[in-house]
Ligand binder design. Sequence first.
Ligand code: AMP
Length: 476
Amino acid sequence: MIEETILNCLKTHQNEPAYLTGGVSFAYGELQRYVGAIQQALLRESSRAPVMLYGSKEIHMKAGILACLLSGVPYVPVDASFPSGRVKEMIGLAAVSMVIGDYDGGLTPVLTTREIEEAVRTSAAPSPTAIERSADDTAYIIFTSGSTGTPKGVMVSYRSVDSCARWLDTLVGPCRCVLNQAKFSFDLSVADLYLSLLRGAAHFALREDELRDFRLLFSRLKESGADTAVMTPSFAQLLLLDQSFNADLLPRLATILFCGEALQPKTAKRLMERFPGIRILNCYGPSEATFAVTAAEITQADTALPALPVGRAKSGVEIELACDGEVIIIGDSVAKGYLPPFSSSAFFTLRGRPAYRSGDYGHMKDGVLWLSGRRDSQIKLAGYRIELGDIENNLLLLDGVAAAAVVPKRQKDGEVVSLTAFVVPEKDAPITQEQIKKELQTQLPAYMMPRLKIADRLPLNANGKCDKMKLAGKEI
Ligand code: AMP
């Protein structure tokens, strides 16, 4: 069980580094005090309603996750960079009334960051304990982009978390320091979070400002001494642009675990050149199936192929293909479903086990899964999952917008490199490009913001639908 892993880890590795971020290092003993202080406040509330965890890479985020997991309180990680409109929607959907962190949007704080610091410094924070819960209870709620313009909350049970943690441990094996790239609001971070806990390893989290500043980023990478890294292929491509991203910078780096989007053979090949002997794991799975459900160890020979496999199903999960090739995920990794009001037709029961229609197309060869595209307009941009309908519907909600269509710009290999929104303003009360940008920014996270192009009308295809193919030839 994940709680035993957490408690064991906190107890056994007291003086060893637990969490490192922004140049500050916390030992497991210190982390334990943070977890104890947060848990004490959580248990005072005597409610098991979901709690929002608000922030980015600060210690209260990591400690808050552990305290919630130990207390049977579902956590909703929300990155502080998200626009206020979107955060309010998440709060409403998850029926959250309490927050850990400094959120000034009207929720009751379980503890603010100042109160957490005070509790850790002044009082003898109690040792954390595991509170009884059932395997079906919700461990966390993660929000993804929804095609209607509203984010979708995925409820993940303790059973799924336990299964994911066990699998990760066998997949990666011993490690001393795990590098984190993803925000805690993106479930890629589930992998580095559990990997570090399972082995009592250090968790080295990169902050947003460090990710944006190459010089700072490379000095942090060097300082990390990481032997394991969890990242998106887009991030690896970015790092590879700099020749100094190599084994001199990270001499101990032995494993990179990828997930979230297609890993290109070229990226894997370059990594193998820069880090001789490196183990590259290509994992696949949606948030609806708890981070990932398949993994392939990429070989040198694989890098000569046009595309890479995503591998074999984890224990506890079966992969099946529908008649049209859609990947169906069956087993204990499948989440409990979406928070209302989203209907859960993608979630169903197959042979008595939970199942999920992924929307991904694929084929199997000798038990290994290969992906070949999507059945809908969900795309990945720099590792982020985006429904084009999410952007379009948010544009249509703006006064003065008559029509809108968002088209992705793709490279030859199919990778999306940017998004362009074609917007037709109302004739009577037109809206300007600047106004659209300003208003859209209050609803969409920065990574979802498209380039804007004002159009007189949207072209139609033979069926009278918006001709996105034609627009695709006009993206910027
Ligand atoms: P998310 O819920 O953000 O993890 O996004 C899940 C989606 O990302 C999947 O349904 C796939 O479309 C895509 N995806 C995840 N991992 C891979 C991978 N290794 N290769 C290709 N696509 C992937």
